[in-house]
Design a protein around this ligand. Structure first.
Ligand code: GSH
Length: 204
């Protein structure tokens, strides 16, 4: 059984959301770990095998570590028969891979720059800004409910998640707002909340 290192209400929560949606939470061992939080709380947890103490982190059955949310989510989706992604060779496969790489490669740095007020030519030349991010998402969503078309995929779960956690980062854009709401509604939010609330008790 793979082992997921998870801290409630963090970037690893989207992996929990994915596992709940796939009905596979009981096929992964979840180890609750603490992390240093933005508000100064929390701490590095020696039980966490991530080399920098971050979450999510996954240890495969063979003992290999997998880091980065997108890689972990794709690994688990593939392990359980790809219920949330287009199969190799399917028409939407390229778009899917693009979005999964875009999440960590562009969306995350642009969001961090935006909320921290960082405005530097090196950042904008490399990653562009929220304007381009919004345009990219809005273009994909202009004639479809989800990023890949009619069906929810891991790309939606991953890319909508920062806006779900931090509504203040949500752009003033009705198309994106409706998509984030739709992605939330497509997940089992009650089960996620119940799981995370119970997990949080470990740290109180
Ligand atoms: N790009 C990484 C980011 C991981 C990350 O920064 N996770 C945060 C949780 S929200 C963390 O572990 N922070 C604790 C720390 O920085 O020590 C991913 O998506 O997996």
């Amino acid at each position: 059984m793979p082992t997921l290192y998870h801290s409630p209400n963090s970037r690893s929560s989207r992996v929990i959301a994915q596992l709940i949606l796939m009905g596979k939470l009981d096929e992964v061992e979840v180890v609750f770990v603490d992390i240093p939080r933005q508000d100064g709380g929390g701490r590095l947890d020696p039980r966490n095998l991530h080399p920098e103490g971050k979450v999510p982190y996954l240890l495969t059955d063979e003992g290999h570590g997998v880091r980065e949310s997108a890689a972990i989510m794709m690994y688990l989706d593939e392990l359980f028969g790809q219920p949330l992604s287009p199969k190799i060779g399917a028409p939407q496969r390229g778009a899917y891979l693009s979005w999964m790489a875009y999440a960590g490669g562009v969306l995350e740095p642009v969001l961090v720059a935006a909320f921290s007020g960082l405005d530097h030519p090196a950042m904008t030349n490399t990653f562009r800004s929220m304007t381009e991010v919004c345009n990219a998402l809005e273009t994909a969503l202009s004639d479809a409910p989800y990023l890949l078309g009619d069906d929810l995929s891991l790309a939606d779960i991953l890319l909508a998640s920062p806006f779900q956690w931090a509504p203040h980062l949500m752009p003033d854009n009705p198309v994106l707002q409706a998509w984030v709401k739709r992605v939330g509604a497509a997940q089992d939010s009650e089960a996620i909340l119940a799981y995370e609330t119970k997990a949080m008790e470990q740290f109180s």
